[in-house]
Design a protein around this ligand. Sequence first.
Ligand code: 13P
Length: 336
Amino acid sequence: MNLQALSKIATELVAPRKGILAADESSGTIKKRFDSIGVDSTETNRRNYRELLFTTNNVSQFISGIILYDETMRQQGNDGVSLVKTITNNGMIPGIKVDKGAKPLAGSRTETVTEGLDGLRERLDEYRELGAKFTKWRGVIEIGDSIPTQYCINTNAHALARFAALSQEAGLVPIVEPEVLMDGTHDIDTCMQVTKTTLREVYYELGCQNVALEGTLLKPNMVLSGKNADNRASAEQVAEKTLACLMNTVPSSVPGIVFLSGGQSDEEATINLNSINKAAKSAAAPWQLSFSYGRGLQASPLKEWSGIEGNSKAAQDSFYQRAEVTSAAREGTYSA
Ligand code: 13P
């Protein structure tokens, strides 16, 4: 493993003003997103939509890297150039989601464990040859009646660490994503407790499996009230609890934390990221606090596009604008 090379890529991904676009929706998820705008999820439509995002003029001043799905990794744009090459030519770093999704966890009634470890070493070699520089794996932890169980947390943390170790062996920076879902009516303190327990276990496993933290990034949820909770916590409370949670669990050798947007609206995800970065200045947080948003960056351009080629420019403008405000939030300088 060349730790210096891994650490350089990790640092570039969280360079000042920059964050990551997650465009790695699986076939099932992108179909749901396309259904919401009444567009068929054909390979051509998926390609056209994603190409439009990747070729947005000057968006690389806000976007450092893009996470792709396997299909996109192998596609060419309308100009016959591979989309991976286009991303690189436009000054951004291509990455790849390598997990195979959350599947029912044996011995648990409702929880899941993320699969994809079998054959991963060979797939990672192929992705590196195709041009990927970093990888992502998402474990899912749900809050509900008597869940999460420690069993579910441990199993997902173990798989995340196995993924991270294999990824570093292949020369690819792993983005470790343990997502505590915001679905539910729980309060922010419950999210705090579950996120803390999860991150502790994740860093325990990463340590056990010899993962070099300098060559990784963490992609966590923010500490939030449940989506359907009464009296949802304010942005200031979200910032305070999120920072307290991370300061207690994430080693300072991790170069950056790139939040997912989860089920937040794009505006909510922007305001909370801004509030976290404002608070981080006085808390002397040791890591970069940036973003790796899917819906948080794509909700507006997706709607603007709506599958109509003539809307491409407007969709790009909308993507540029979301990237610009999210970049400001990443600096703690956003104002509505
Ligand atoms: P969201 O920002 O829409 O949660 O997507 C990020 C992601 O990559 C989830 O795995």
